[in-house]
Design a protein around this ligand. Structure first.
Ligand code: ADP
Length: 627
């Protein structure tokens, strides 16, 4: 009986205890929940409060101590001290154990027979630890959100770009940034609640319509150039981009505009300057033209599109390309402009003298060369005329002396030998007779050549030189010239090197033969027997380049240009017995220039000389249509 009674009382007590624990547990969780919900309390204060709530939830609150350790912080009841009667649970934050809740009795609890802590208490501890993990997680998420909101709002307002958010449905501005108010002149209050049309922001209605269409068709707009009107009516140019965004479930648009008004204005000024400049201006990258102004196009004769991506050097006279290259290289190295003069071959083959300076600039984000050049063709022509005039005066006196000397020598020979033949006619053997007559014949030829040269040079000076041009196959011409030269100069090795597919040239065949004969004869005349004379021809752009190279005595560097002057002969050779009047190269130059070409020489004394000349090539189309 007793035991039954006792048994019943015992179970009643247990039930009462369990209820009591459940009640305490509920109360505890309720209190924790109400602290969690409060917004005006910091995370640390929360833990400090929870420590006390938790201690009251246990059977013996007076001797219960609680400690929460979390992220290096510690929160504990006033009576806390380390105890051997304790239980604990981990606080898990985002799957990682980050802290711990410990419950302990600071002294031996009374009647602690059935284990120190009941199952319900242990479960409650687990529930509280889990709850603490969740609170911490939420709090961290909230902080991250607040931080990102703060960052966004800072970026939004600090942006130098105009930024605005509007509703897709009616275009009403929901938010605008500081740059918006600064650039448009409208305050936030004036802008928010209105749309771009109400503020008359669009300077160009067509642009507006195009943009609305793009947005309606979900086409992403990026860096489109637009113009907007600000509050004072000023027009600004900007690069416009937009992105769809959803705010509170509503479809909106984020618009950004980069103000490029000043950039455009300076570009326009530069463009106007460059457009009206009397100087030819170009911008070049990797040796290719990227920009040219109208004056540059006028000098070269090519259109803007023909010049784009064309190499500048392809228009430079071949003999000047080194000057252009080195002046550009000097500028790049020294960062200071180095003016140079060179010749441009224009589209229709005209030779234009230009003076150029270049400087380093940035263009399209890359390093580039900005060149400006002045057409100095006229100046060069006048300079040359002045020099020629000065030389003419000097030459007049030289001419008489040279002509009389050069004419007298063969005349004296002819006179001497013919008198001898007449005086000793009967006594001369046939061989002697032949030898004297050959001498008379050679001297007559020399005399005839001298007279021809004198006549040609006089014709040139009087501007009476007439060319009888026809499209000519250069290969055929050179074959004939070389065949005859080989007979004249049987002790030299005359060779040719001709490129395949040489185009025709519109020339006076007789005159160009004269030039070639003269240059080959010089090469032979001024080089030892058995050496080689090489004649090569190749195409160079719109020209044919002729080269006559010998391995003879050479020409001193300082005389390379003078040898083309009228009656110029190199001093030391005057006495060396080689005949000549210094008219050959002068006439060659006159004939080549009359054909629209150029002639020049290169040489190394003792190693040989090379004379170059150019002639304009005829485009095959032109010849075909003439046939
Ligand atoms: P010339 O009738 O005196 O040869 P040119 O006008 O043909 O007159 O040549 C002028 C001068 O140039 C010559 O006197 C000669 O000294 C020099 N010259 C021309 N061609 C050559 C050459 N191939 N090699 C060396 N010197 C040359």
């Amino acid at each position: 009986m007793n035991s039954k009674k006792t048994g019943k009382r015992q179970s009643e007590t247990v039930t009462g205890n369990a209820l009591d624990i459940h009640f305490k547990e509920l109360r505890c969780l309720y209190d924790i929940a109400s602290i969690t919900g409060a917004t005006d309390i910091s995370l640390n204060d929360r833990y400090a409060k929870i420590v006390n709530i938790l201690s009251r939830a246990f059977q013996y609150p007076e001797i219960t101590s609680v400690r929460i350790t979390l992220n290096g912080n510690e929160f504990k009841t006033a009576n806390h001290r380390d105890s051997r009667y304790k239980i604990s649970a981990d606080i898990i934050v985002q799957g990682v154990p980050t802290g711990m809740v410990e419950i302990g009795y600071v002294e031996t609890p009374p009647g602690a027979t059935n284990g120190l802590f009941s199952m319900e208490e242990k479960l409650m501890l687990d529930a509280v630890a889990e709850r603490l993990g969740t609170i911490t997680e939420h709090r961290l998420a909230e902080e991250a959100l607040r931080e990102s909101e703060e960052k966004f709002s800072k970026a939004f307002n600090a942006s130098a770009n105009l930024v605005a958010i509007n509703r897709l449905s009616d275009g009403t501005f929901l938010e605008v940034n500081d740059s918006f108010t600064r650039l448009t002149g409208y305050t936030r209050k004036e802008a928010i609640g209105h749309n771009a049309s109400e503020l008359q922001l669009w300077a160009d209605e067509d642009e507006h319509v195009r943009l609305v269409k793009a947005i309606n068709n979900n086409i992403k707009v990026h860096n489109m150039e637009i113009r907007i009107r600000n509050k004072t009516g000023e027009i600004l140019t900007g690069l416009y981009s937009s992105e769809p965004i959803v705010i509170n479930g509503e479809e909106c648009y984020l618009h950004t505009i980069t103000d490029i008004t000043e950039q455009r204005q300076s570009q326009e000024i530069l463009q106007t300057v460059s457009h009206n400049s009397p100087l030819g201006i170009y911008i070049m990258q990797d040796e290719k033209l990227q920009y040219t102004n109208p004056q540059f196009q006028k000098i070269t004769g090519y259109s803007q599109t023909e010049l784009l991506d064309r190499r500048l050097l392809s228009m430079v006279a071949i003999e000047d390309s080194d000057v252009v290259r080195s002046s550009t290289a000097f500028t790049l190295q020294e960062s200071s402009p180095y003016p140079c003069e060179y010749r441009i071959i224009s589209k229709n083959g005209q030779v234009k003298w230009v003076m150029q300076t270049v400087s380093l600039v940035r263009y399209d984000g890359k390093e580039a060369i900005l060149g400006n050049l002045m057409d100095i063709t006229e100046r060069k022509y006048l300079e040359r005329k002045v020099i020629e005039y000065e030389e003419l005066n000097k030459l007049k006196s030289d001419l008489l002396a040279t002509v009389s000397h050069e004419l007298r020598t063969p005349l004296a020979t002819i006179k001497g030998y013919s008198t001898m033949i007449l005086d000793y006619f009967a006594r001369l053997t046939p061989d002697e007779m032949k030898e004297y007559l050959v001498t008379v014949d050679n001297s007559t030829n020399r005399l005839a050549k001298l007279v021809d040269n004198l006549l040609d040079s006089s014709r040139m000076e009087a501007g009476l030189l007439k060319l009888d041009r026809s499209p000519t196959d250069i290969r055929q011409l050179i074959k004939k010239v070389v065949a005859e030269a080989k007979i004249r100069a049987s002790h030299h090795k005359i060779r040719t090197s001709l490129s395949n597919n040489l185009p025709k040239s519109n020339i006076d065949v007789k005159r160009i033969r004269q030039v070639l004969d003269n240059l080959i004869d010089n090469a032979v005349k001024y080089s030892p027997e058995e050496t080689e004379v090489l004649i090569s021809i190749k195409r160079s752009g719109r020209e044919l380049l002729f080269t006559i190279k010998d391995r003879g005595v050479g020409i001193p560097a300082e005389e390379l240009t003078s040898i083309f002057d009228r009656m110029y002969r190199i001093e030391q050779r005057l006495s060396s017995g080689v005949d000549g009047m210094g008219l050959g190269l002068y006439i060659c130059q006159g004939l080549i220039e009359a054909h629209g070409g150029r002639i020049w020489a290169e040489s190394k004394v003792g190693q040989g000389s090379t004379v170059y000349f150019t002639l304009p090539a005829v485009r095959s189309m032109l010849i075909k249509s003439k046939r």
